[in-house]
Design a binder for this molecule. Structure first.
Ligand code: AMP
Length: 457
């Protein structure tokens, strides 16, 4: 099937051709005609499948072809795309600009961790398509700087991660600000469909069409996956050697904690590999700079925590390293999915110490294959080292400190708790009085006994 056959307009097709896309990906072939038809969609698709264009292309076309409702005020938002993280929001905005370059539609992105004032000015000038993280969006709503009352299309991207990060209440608050589900078109994208997601979908979507593409594990087929069994204390040394010996030019490395990410980036820097860390405790400016440096090839190694890396879209990323295995097996699939995107091949290396044997077994069960082990001379495992419990930092998967933690990883469904995502994925701008939504968020956090962590700002 070609893009032309999907019913896209010449302006949209032109932008697609300029991107160099030859054919639609499976999610695009399935979703685009349904969205163009005005129907609601519930789609299971991960980052890397081309889902962004899957909803953005038809959304742009519909907005360009239909008039806003007669009751709509000037400058009111016509389409809202909500995402869990700042990085994903920024990337989607880039896609919207790219795919919509031949159309006369205005777009903007709002997220926390940066000054709210330029966002307010931009919203005042009128925005057709708004990409937003929920917290900052509610801040704008609280200040009356955004009008969602005549919204035509609502997109909830990475809905599963949104829930994992504790944004459910924020999402529900946003739903109160937009027209009812019969009066708008709604699209929900999620990598997984838990009972909670289905419940959310039933409140958001109106008789949705289901769109499913090959299960996420199938995407791993093009990825050359390897496991290096190595003692924990020698992981950094081995990684440094692999980067040098295999002449890796661009590698995304995952650590379990923010502190670990910082330390590793620093050590690799000392080993002569230009490195930067990206995680929720970094200011938005530092994160943007690190990502830009990595994309431009000035930074060879980007060390990231799961939350920070979620949604990163780096074209043709050749290498992904699990410096530490994730506690949740599904995250392994998300992590290695950063490579081998859109038909490319890639390599995913996991450095596994004895403490992580159970996590590795869980991952192999999930992906239904046993991963090849690679031995490196001089890095043989010392059999006298006993396995130790994997420490977590203060209940946060993405936590800054690993001391005084919660003990053994549960390897199962231990996701971040409510509210934790704001520390990792976004934050509210500092200063000023908290909006009611903020106050509610703080209360929620209090009820969970967690200290509020804000970043950036
Ligand atoms: P996404 O899943 O939306 O994050 O997209 C993953 C990557 O695939 C992005 O780098 C897109 O630019 C790229 N992409 C999207 N659609 C296509 C297509 N039809 N052909 C080739 N690459 C694509």
């Amino acid at each position: 099937m070609s893009f032309e056959e999907l019913g896209l307009s010449s302006e949209v097709l032109r932008a697609v051709t300029e991107q160099g896309y030859d054919n639609p990906t499976p999610i695009q072939s399935k979703a685009i005609p349904i969205v163009l038809d005005g129907k609601d969609v519930m789609a299971s698709a991960q980052t890397g499948t081309g889902k962004t264009a899957g909803f953005t292309l038809p959304l742009l076309q519909r907005l360009s072809q239909q008039e806003p409702p007669a009751s709509a005020k000037r400058g009111a938002v016509r389409a809202l795309i909500m995402t869990p993280t700042r990085e994903l929001a920024a990337q989607i905005h880039e896609s919207v600009k790219m795919y919509g370059k031949h159309l006369n539609l205005k777009s903007a992105v709002v997220f926390g961790g940066v000054s709210i004032n330029p966002q307010i000015s931009q919203l005042r000038r009128g925005v057709d398509i708004l990409i937003a993280t929920p917290g900052r969006l509610l801040d704008h709503a609280g200040q009356g700087t955004v009008d969602l009352s005549s919204l035509e299309i609502l997109v909830l991207d990475e809905a599963d991660r949104m829930l994992d990060m504790g944004f459910i209440h924020d999402v529900k608050r946003v739903l109160k600000l937009v027209p009812g589900k019969e009066e708008r078109q709604s699209l929900l994208f999620s990598a997984t469909f838990s009972a909670e997601i289905k419940q959310l979908a039933s409140t958001i979507l109106n008789s949705p069409q289901l769109v499913e593409v090959a299960p996420q594990n199938a995407t791993a087929d093009r990825i050359d996956q390897q496991v290096y069994k190595v003692d924990k204390v020698r992981k950094r040394e081995l990684l440094s050697k692999l980067i040098s010996d295999e002449d890796w030019k661009q590698v995304l490395v995952f650590t379990r904690t923010k502190h670990g990410a910082n330390r590793l980036a620093e050590q690799l820097g000392k080993d002569g590999h230009t490195s930067a860390a990206i995680h929720g405790n970094k200011s938005q400016g530092a994160r943007t700079k690190a990502l830009a440096g990595f994309k431009a090839g000035n930074v060879k190694v980007l060390v990231a925590t799961d939350i920070a890396a979620r949604g990163l879209d780096i074209d043709q990323l050749p290498n992904v390293v699990n410096f530490e295995l994730p506690n949740v097996a599904e995250d392994y699939v998300h992590r290695i999915g950063r490579t081998a995107r859109a038909g490319m091949s890639g390599k995913a290396v996991s450095l596994v110490c004895i403490d992580e044997d159970k996590l590795l077994a869980g991952i192999e069960r999930l992906i239904r294959k046993s991963l090849p082990r690679v031995d490196v001379e001089g890095f043989e495992v010392d059999p006298s080292i006993p396995a130790e419990p994997i420490r977590q930092g203060g209940g946060h998967r993405d936590a800054g400190r690993s001391r005084g933690g919660a003990g053994r990883a549960n390897g199962g469904g231990s996701r971040q708790g409510p509210g934790a995502g704001r520390g990792a994925g976004q934050s509210r701008a500092g200063g000023g009085r908290p909006s009611s939504a903020q106050a509610a968020g703080a209360k929620r956090q209090g009820a969970n006994g967690r200290r509020r962590r804000t970043t950036g700002a």
